[in-house]
Design a protein around this ligand. Structure first.
Ligand code: HEM
Length: 447
């Protein structure tokens, strides 16, 4: 059995590079060690970054006595989502919470939101000024935030919804630069030095959001919510085997988790998709023809079934996966993984970014080629944007549906152009990989 290779850079160099330029860090690491390596970026022992499909399969499908889907190494998200978030609980408690949260996220339930997604896209895009520049990611964030607020929180477009939307966007935007993202990675930076300091601003935004959430929970507890379909109402009425419901603090943490995990990632994915489609006119033409083939005013669920649109969205999630890593899995007993020796306590991270860049799985990996998804079926451990196993993304169905419907609605009905001729590059945004400029575009108008 072999030892997992370590990288030649010092731990401090690795940590700074991982925070400042995560893609460059991983690109250079994989040249030193192709399938897995120890990333000395946290704790004494670092993390094992794994990008081989077979290793990925073993990690997420083995039972919990071998690789445990622990929450301990997700600590950096604690300030954002709280101690009771699905992301920060583990074992039986995690299993039960998933059971409670999953049904509302089921693919069929998501169809309820398809018209909402198309309508919101129209409303938001049509507010842009013709022949004026805009940042695609800001617009897609507005759409995805509104979708999540209505689907999860059940807020209509009223005053309270507008205020909460603004605050959540502000909170998420605190981490938009690499510098402010560093606050998540270096806890000693988490000092409240007043409202103008990044962490002070974060603490104040968080407090205002908490007040709004607790106020909403108190109001709902005085109402009959039996007819409501939003995920919060379902969570409020759900009971475990002992007949216990979720406490307010648990509801608050779960809401923050779903709102942040649900809108940040999807907004970035849609902004990337708009970039790639406009960067390649031949792909845009093909996509337009496919959408037009459905005739005027197609049903949203027909749009969601289009194969080329599906391939474009998959290729977008492949080339720069929004989530670079899976959540950690912790080794429970001395074992081996593809002939590499693993010790109890080692922390494994599925490296989605490097998996999706593998030349042996995706020839010419740096090229945006949706056709690869029509020519070949990839197995679930080769194409892994939503992770897998016990911590597989619960918002996958919503994210995929939203991506397709927003992209199709925009492409079919509005004229946009990229402003920059230079290629867009990926940069860290919190724990995700986002386009550096946010994708600067010109809104030409409605078709
Ligand atoms: C393009 C959009 C999205 C991407 C790329 C994405 C990706 C991921 C990934 C890679 C994981 C970790 C899986 C693992 O460790 O195996 C994850 C977990 C999670 N995602 Fe997503 N996600 C997206 C959208 C969403 C949405 C829309 C929601 C909710 C509305 C959501 C909620 C969550 C939650 C709660 C978890 C934690 C699951 C657990 O710990 O059991 N995500 N996501």
């Amino acid at each position: 059995m072999k030892l997992i290779p370590r990288l030649k850079q010092s731990s401090i160099q690795q940590k700074f590079q991982w925070v400042a330029k995560p893609d460059k860090y991983m690109d250079s690491a994989v040249k030193q060690a192709p399938d897995m390596f120890i990333a000395d970026i946290a704790g004494e022992d670092g993390y094992v970054f794994v990008n081989h499909p077979e290793a990925m399969r073993q990690i997420v499908t083995s039972d919990r006595h071998k690789f445990f889907a622990s929450s301990k190494n997700n600590d950096l998200l604690r300030p954002l989502v709280g101690d009771n978030s699905l992301i920060l609980i583990e074992g039986d408690r995690h299993k039960q919470r998933r059971k409670l949260l999953l049904p509302p996220f089921h693919g069929e339930r998501m169809q309820t939101y398809s018209k909402l997604i198309c309508d919101l896209t129209h409303n938001i895009i049509s507010q842009l000024e013709p022949n004026q520049p805009f940042i695609a990611r800001q617009v897609t964030q507005e759409i995805s935030l509104q979708v999540i607020l209505e689907a999860v929180y059940g807020l209509q477009d009223n005053q309270r919804s507008a205020e909460l939307k603004q605050r959540i966007a502000k909170l998420a935007n605190i981490f938009e630069s690499t510098l402010t993202s560093a606050f998540l990675f270096f806890p000693w930076l988490q000092q409240d030095l007043g409202a103008w300091s990044p962490w002070g601003n974060f603490v104040r935004q968080q407090k205002a959001i908490d007040e709004a959430i607790y106020q909403e929970l108190a109001t709902r507890r005085t109402q009959d919510n039996s007819q409501r379909q939003d995920i919060l109402s379902l969570m409020m009425s759900a009971k475990d085997e002992a007949g216990e419901g979720l406490k307010d603090i648990e509801l608050r943490d779960e809401l923050m988790t779903l709102m942040l995990a649900g809108h940040e990632t999807t907004a970035t994915a849609i902004a990337w998709a708009l970039y790639w489609v406009h960067r390649h006119p031949e792909i845009k033409t093909k996509l337009e023809a496919e959408i037009a083939s459905l005739g005027a005013d197609p049903a949203p669920m027909e749009i969601a079934k289009l194969p080329y649109l599906d391939a474009v969205c998959k290729e977008t999630l492949r080339i720069y996966p929004v989530a670079m890593l899976t959540f950690p899995r912790v080794v429970q007993e001395p074992t081996e993984l593809m002939d590499y020796k693993l010790e109890t306590g080692q922390v494994l991270m599925g490296c989605i970014y490097l998996l999706h860049q593998r030349e042996d799985v995706y020839p010419e990996p740096l090229k945006f080629k949706p056709e690869r998804f029509l020519e070949r079926e990839f197995d679930p451990y080769e194409f892994f944007p939503f992770g897998g196993g016990k911590r597989r993304c619960i918002g996958e169905a919503l994210a995929k549906l939203e991506m397709k419907l927003v992209v199709a609605t925009i492409i079919a009905q509005y004229d946009l152009e990229l402003i920059d001729s230079k290629p867009e590059v990926p940069v860290r945004r919190g724990v995700t990989l986002a386009p550096k400029t946010g994708v600067r575009m010109m809104f030409k108008g409605k078709r």
